[in-house]
Design a binder for this molecule. Structure first.
Ligand SMILES: [Cu+2]
Length: 289
């Protein structure tokens, strides 16, 4: 089997993602191994394609430079995604053994947003942030590992990518690898429009979990515990609705109306490895915009 990903420094993540997962293969189910999902106080996702790739993750997490990156990301309340690129794996014809290159690569992505210069850590009602300046940051590190020696051989930090925009009420931008704003709080009956001003297709895929026990004071915990890939055992879920926008092409938009209270954690399946994910919290209609 040849490596799933061909990668070189200088390739933008969203371009790499096109190689990573075929655009035609869009489903919330993927062949990615989810190694870690966020907990209440650690908003980190970890993915690997296979066991060999996972070895790279283990090595990277033991590295002091990486620990510093993760500590600094935590201060910014960034959503961190650690994704291992699969080393080239071959089968030896005579022995049948799996051979793989010692060169592994791990990508760490940290995404965080500011509204009017302040960290945007809790979802706000679109009317509260409408017309305000939002800044979305994405920082990426390419980390090379020697899988055989168990060492990190290079930590390369790419430029901080920043998107600046003015928030429009009930509109979420699906921009380069980021949903902006990343989380919104709306009243039941409200419609959200996802617009795509970027030059790549994106999608909005996830499960809406209707809940009758919505605790608005504990929104952050609900987001982290009620993540996309896990069964939300902590919520009294009345109904789960699968939502899939299909591709939202450049300069197009897609709308969805949320009629019931609940939580919608979603991602762009094309750019999930770069942390392209968002949340819509739907409260009682009295909180509606
Ligand atoms: Cu995307």
């Amino acid at each position: 089997m040849i490596g799933v990903v061909l990668i070189g420094t200088g390739i933008l993540p969203e371009e790499r993602a096109r190689e990573f997962r075929s655009l035609t293969d869009v489903s919330i189910a993927s062949d990615m191994k989810v190694i870690k999902e966020p907990t209440f106080d650690d908003n980190t996702f970890i993915y690997a394609v296979n066991d060999v790739a996972q070895r790279g993750i283990d090595i990277v997490q033991g590295d002091a430079r990486v620990k510093q990156i993760l500590d600094e990301s935590k201060v910014k309340e960034a959503t961190v995604t650690i994704a291992a690129v699969q080393p080239t794996v071959m089968t030896d014809r005579q022995s049948g053994k799996l051979l793989h290159s010692s060169a592994g690569q791990v990508i760490i992505t940290a995404n965080w947003q500011l509204v009017e210069g302040a960290l945007y850590s809790e979802p706000k009602n679109p009317t509260q942030i409408a017309n305000k300046k939002v800044e979305s940051h994405q920082q990426i590190w390419n980390i090379l590992v020697d899988v055989d020696k168990g060492q990190v051989t290079q930590v390369a930090q790419q430029a901080d990518r920043v998107i600046t925009d003015t928030v429009q009420s009930n509109v979420v931008r699906a921009d380069v690898n980021m949903f902006v704003p990343k989380a919104v709080l709306i009243g039941a009956g409200s419609e959200i429009s996802w617009s795509n001003p970027s030059n790549l297709p994106h999608n909005v895929v996830g499960s809406f979990n209707q809940t009758t026990a919505l605790d608005a004071n504990n929104i952050t915990a609900m987001i982290s515990k009620n993540s996309i890939d896990s069964n939300n055992t902590n919520l009294e879920t009345a109904e789960v609705i699968a939502i899939d926008s299909g591709f939202i092409e450049p300069n197009a938009s897609w709308q969805y109306r949320f009629d019931k209270e609940g939580v919608f954690n979603y991602l762009c399946t094309i750019h999930a490895e770069e942390g392209m994910r968002g949340t819509v919290i739907v409260t009682r209609s009295s909180a509606s915009s």
